[in-house]
Design a protein around this ligand. Sequence first.
Ligand code: TRP
Length: 457
Amino acid sequence: MVDLNETKQRDQWGSKIGFIMAAAGSAIGLGNLWKFPYMAGQNGGGAFVFVYFAILILVGFTLMLAEIIIGRNTQLSAVGAYKKLNAKWSWLGGIGVLAGFMILSFYSVVGGWTINYIVKSVTGGLASSDPAVLGGLFEQLIANPTEPIIYHALFMILTLGIVKGGISGGIEKATKILMPGLFIMMFIIMIRALTLNGAMAGVEFLLAPDFSKINGGVILAALGQVFFSLSLGMGTMITYGSYLSKNEDLVVSSISIPLLDTAIALLAGLTILPAVFAFGFDPGQGPGLLFVTLPAVFAQMPLGTLFALIFFVLVLFAALTSSISLLEVNVAYVVDEFNWDRKKATFVMSGLIFLVGVAASLSMGPWADINIIGGRNIFDSLDFVASNILLPLGGMFMCIFIGWIWGLENAIKEASNNGKLAFKLAPFWGFLVKWVAPIAIFIVFVQSSGILSLFGF
Ligand code: TRP
């Protein structure tokens, strides 16, 4: 397995599956299990999923390949990669670092909730199918001024511990068991949810699009979700791609990772939304959706407590394989740019991210009245700015960079291993990178009612 430390002799992935597992580990996380279902719930269900798929096909696969190409070509992480290809573009790596910082600050708070729910499932506190009881439990946790912050600290410490030492073989081995484990668990829980009374209303909500619900806000939310879920737009996949050997088929990887990622998001959606309708929860209730609905499903399963425990542990691991990729981008930046010692960089960045996360956590309780952007609290504002603005902007400028500055020929040469592999879709991919993806992102920005007005323009 790779050591994400920049050593003189650059490491490479042990195997192709090693890269796909690590990249899928970064992509699959809270974005799929926690965020996708509640975003769909808030943004018109099937309408959101429909737009999500359209953007995934036009932008998601395209950018996944683009990032991996830059990484493998330069053999450097984001900031260094842009610097090497064209020094004038290194700011683009900087946008990514900022986005990663903001995302991890609230991501870690949610990771903390997950640890708390592991504890709750052991102590038996979750055994209920009553929306009022489960909603109350969740509210009590997140509104508490200290408890969620302690769990947020714990999650940050776990992330820090892994990143500090570089990613060891243990993590790779663990991921190889845990990811398929997550898949199988999700499948079993989905079957239980789908066979609940009234579950089909949830399936319909999620899969039958009501096109009248599509508007600028829904499209922007779906765009942000594609970037967030696939770990795109901030150079994560540049870094991971930089450890790939020159013989691997990049095109195959860039198709498999989004497919795996989407499969997990759909499994989560097809578990949580049917449960929402079966038990009478509110689909639009936001970030608590996973935490209030799934315990209701577990309460209706034989061995439910055990299922709850295993499930939340798997969610924690999925979250950690993502959070390490977010922290790594920050650490690599200060190590590369300011020559910091890796240990110091890891501690300082984790500490700063933790502090911003404290504000995000407090905004769920004592600081709930502080509004930053368009009526959003601190937590939602961090998510909105990073996911819906910085990541898509990062992606758009990367397309412009590849299509118009670095040159499609160079990119395609890299993707086809210097012409050794057939890359039949090259002209099509080139067209998407040069024209379709950047223009689509730009239009979403301008159209999505009032991004600018949110900032007072
Ligand atoms: N994709 C991860 C998830 O779905 C989160 C994540 C990890 C991420 N690295 C990222 C999001 C880089 C955006 C950019 O949970």
